[in-house]
Design a binder for this molecule. Structure first.
Ligand code: BTN
Length: 252
């Protein structure tokens, strides 16, 4: 039986306020909670974004984290980021009018969701390895701008309300949870290749000029797709290919 409208087997913790749903999930993971557990809060006082940034979290938007233990070897943990990105894109594409979603809603590596080139949603994944077992404990944090968006990001942002989509965060979580459950199951059953293809079909087009701030500093080149492990492949001006496993990507 589904619980709280979530897929079977998932539990839900709804909070009025928390520092960060990811931080709360991490605390519970440290206390040996294995999930699958969704934690949703109406607002966050210390919302966290990628690369140590903060995530503005007033009431009205969706802030939720899934704590889940997955029987995959640790070296495959990075694939989860793209699994979550596909689920997020799939969820929002179904809410928007078809003509709006087509081409205007796309993923940017690793899992930013952009609508009309403005940030609509983000994912922050934190995972820990379970020593002695081929398993990871993953925390998949998802923020979706539903009713408002921050205007001080230093880059364009947007929210669903501007496109006529009015939904309660708690209702939206049910859709996200169902899509993520299906995508995780597909990944576990069929491996990463179909996810990689889905992700690529839902991303901005190949050949677009990108700039990456990563471990190796700033690199510019053309988006050339995803490697077998989900790394970003960039074609450099000299024709060589460069793989990026961690970094912030901007479309030029
Ligand atoms: C990004 O920088 O794009 C990732 C943003 C992730 C925000 C979500 S909101 C729910 C969860 N809790 C957090 O503190 N962060 C994630």
């Amino acid at each position: 039986m589904p619980h709280d409208g979530l897929p079977a087997g998932y539990r839900l913790l709804s909070l009025e306020s928390v520092d960060s749903t990811n931080a709360e999930a991490l605390r519970r993971a440290q206390a040996r909670e294995t999930g699958p557990l969704w934690i949703r809060a109406d607002r966050q006082t210390g919302g966290r974004g990628r690369s140590g940034r903060s995530w503005s979290s007033p009431p009205g938007n969706l802030y939720a984290s899934l704590l889940i233990r997955l029987a995959v070897p640790p070296e495959r943990a990075s694939e989860l980021s793209l699994v979550a990105g596909v689920a997020l894109h799939r969820t929002i594409a179904m809410l928007l009018p078809t003509e709006t979603a087509a081409g205007r809603l796309y993923l940017k590596w690793p899992n930013d969701l952009l609508l009309d080139a403005a940030k609509l949603a983000g994912i922050l994944i934190e995972s820990s390895i379970t020593p002695g077992t081929p398993a990871i404990t993953a925390i998949i944090g998802i923020g979706i701008n539903v009713a408002t968006h921050p205007d001080d990001l230093g880059r364009a942002a947007t929210h669903l309300g501007l496109y006529g989509v009015e939904t309660e965060p708690a209702q939206l979580l049910k859709r996200v949870a169902a899509a993520l459950d299906l995508e995780i199951k597909a990944w576990l059953a069929r491996g990463f290749r179909p996810i990689r293809e889905e992700w690529t079909a839902r991303a901005h087009r190949l050949g677009v000029e990108v700039s990456v701030n990563g471990k190796a500093g700033r690199i510019e080149g053309q988006f050339a797709g995803l490697a077998e492990d989900g790394a970003l492949v960039i074609k450099l001006p000299d024709g060589s290919e460069h793989r990026v496993s961690y970094g912030d990507v901007s479309l030029i």
